[in-house]
Design a protein around this ligand. Structure first.
Ligand code: SF4
Ligand code: MG
Length: 387
């Protein structure tokens, strides 16, 4: 399989009144075409900010301050090569090196995102079918418009506004038909009838399906799913995960799945990155991370899950506090040291660098530099019994 995304040294900061918050720091990850790549960690670890950074949805006072997000798309590379030669490397385009109008034009068509709360994705006063048809229409127009004609700023916002304001006029019969197909694709029963209903007439699970349909309107390469099932009850969660897996198989799209739930990761993902304090502290295949992990935080996360087979299980907290992400309060050392049962002097000297254990497996921990076997298997009870 080929790399679809290459993220290198990504840092996203928030410049707040209290100071600079290092939400994501020096993050490296590669995502292959057609895989489900998981990002797992506790809340506040930087998972969502990573997703927003990839989507170009970081809002002020947040800002991506360093790194590159390279996306493989030969057509896009050809489109932007003349204006942004430094952003193009073969078929890859560094999304942080192109204009925001180029990035906006990729939203929906190349990258789509779904969230925990589907209600925020829908207007309560319009029918579901109408709103999905609008998404289809917007994406059709976007792909019919050259991504970047010299001197012509293509405005997604104005297109969006005209579509929404004049929705009846602008949405074609084809887009309406496509909306019904999409509702059918995501398993909405009787989609012709359900398309005429309003968001409040949908159950949580059905609305989640409708949000997925809306996200698929532009046939994206990458679906970013941020805690897509967290708000749902266990049975519905399993159905939505099955749907995502089926859609992934049918369409070949790539899924970036963000969750605090290791059961979800185990069920869905090919490879996984474990986030802590804004960094990916361990990454690798499922087998690397579940069976051969090096980082004590990964160990703690795994130890905190009662039963990996049960998707509904929540993490039991690892004792100790997540460190402050205020730049002023962050020292040059391992950020997990205060909670780590294996911390030693070397951990306080300098921030650990990534050390590769294998082709894909790497951990950011001094133990990764030491004897591998010695670093494994923490003594019973190190992380306590949780709640
Ligand atoms: Fe623990 Fe040290 Fe590894 Fe940090 S670098 S996780 S403190 S062993
Ligand atoms: Mg989050």
């Amino acid at each position: 399989s080929e790399d679809l995304l290459r993220i290198t040294g990504l840092s996203t900061r928030f410049f707040t009144d209290e100071g600079q918050v290092n939400a994501v720091s020096d993050l490296d990850a590669t995502v292959e075409r057609g895989e489900v790549f998981g990002i797992v960690g506790e809340s506040g670890s930087g998972k969502s900010v990573t997703a927003l950074s990839i989507m170009d949805l970081v809002e002020s006072p947040g800002e991506i301050t360093a790194g590159s997000i390279e996306y493989r798309n030969a057509d896009l590379a050809a489109d932007v090569r003349e204006d942004h030669p430094e952003a193009v490397d073969g078929e890859f385009v560094d999304l942080l090196g192109v204009t925001s109008s180029v990035r906006r034009s990729l939203r929906g068509t190349a990258f789509s995102m779904i969230f925990q709360d589907p209600e925020s994705s829908f207007n309560p006063t319009l029918t579901i079918g109408e709103q999905i048809a609008e998404a289809v229409e917007v994406q059709r127009r976007a792909s019919a418009t050259p991504r970047l004609s010299r001197g012509v700023e293509y405005s997604f916002a104005s297109l969006m506004a005209s579509t929404v304001l004049g929705s009846k006029k602008f949405v074609t019969a084809e887009s309406r038909e496509r909306a019904i197909e999409l509702l059918e694709l995501v398993g909405i029963p009787d989609p012709v009838k359900r398309a005429e209903e309003y968001p409040h007439e949908y159950s949580g699970g059905m609305l989640q399906r409708a949000m997925i349909a809306q996200a698929l309107a532009g046939e994206p390469d990458v679906l970013v799913a941020d805690e897509p099932t967290t708000a749902l009850d266990v049975t519905i969660q399993a159905q939505i995960l099955d749907l995502l897996a089926d859609l992934q198989e049918e369409t070949g799209m790539t899924i970036l799945l963000i969750t605090h739930n290791l059961g979800v990761i185990a069920r869905m993902c090919d490879r996984v990155g474990v986030m802590y304090a804004g960094e990916i502290v361990e990454r690798g295949t499922l087998a690397d991370v579940f069976d051969d992990h090096v980082h004590p935080y990964t160990e703690g996360l795994l130890g905190s899950v009662p039963d990996l087979e049960r998707v509904g299980d929540r993490l039991r907290p690892i004792p100790g506090n997540v460190p402050s992400l205020l730049d002023d309060e962050m020292d040059d050392r391992c950020y997990f040291a205060d909670r780590c049962p294996k911390a030693m002097d070397a951990c306080l000297d300098h921030p650990p660098s990534y050390d590769a254990r294998g082709e894909e497996h790497a951990a950011r921990c001094v133990l990764a530099e030491m004897d591998y076997d010695e670093s494994r298997a923490l003594p019973e009870g190190y992380f306590g019994e949780g709640e």
